[in-house]
Design a binder for this molecule. Structure first.
Ligand SMILES: [Zn+2]
Length: 145
């Protein structure tokens, strides 16, 4: 993954920490590789369970692009999307999901067999990027305890 994209994701994920939200960020990219939506987890902040990073990024992309059909777009998330976000991604007709770390607890791979998923799913990021983000998450959960 390009370092600039990775840095944007980490910087955005850290914004969630202000309201003790899990640091997760997502970016929506259009066919021309332009960033049209950026979001982070604001569940606590908004007191709204639907305010995951992916859904926030999709809503911003829809607002910015003026269309509700994001086919041809791609979403990059720091964490493997959950079932709710997968549903939103499908609704937006996004055809590719990229993520840095798997989500052992809520990730879609735990729920759906790969044959049921018609969206291209790619794990991205080099080892250093994966470790950096892992550390951010671990620090968050350590401080929570
Ligand atoms: Zn989610």
């Amino acid at each position: 993954m390009k370092e600039s994209i990775f840095e944007l994701l980490i910087k955005t994920a850290k914004l969630a920490l202000e309201t003790e939200d899990i640091p997760v960020a997502a970016i929506v990219i259009n066919q021309d590789n332009k960033i049209t939506g950026v979001g982070f987890n604001t569940r606590n902040k908004e007191q709204n369970i639907a305010c995951h990073a992916e859904i926030n990024a999709i809503n911003q992309a829809i607002k910015n692009s003026g269309v509700i059909n994001l086919s041809g777009y791609k979403i990059i998330s720091t964490l493997e999307p959950c079932e709710m976000c997968y549903g939103a991604i499908k609704q937006a007709k996004i055809k590719e999901i990229n993520f840095i770390l798997s989500n052992a607890k809520y990730g879609i791979n735990n729920i759906y067999s790969i044959n049921d998923i018609d969206i291209k799913i790619v794990k991205i990021g080099n080892i250093q990027q994966q470790n950096n983000y892992q550390e951010l998450l671990e620090t968050f959960f350590k401080n929570k305890r």
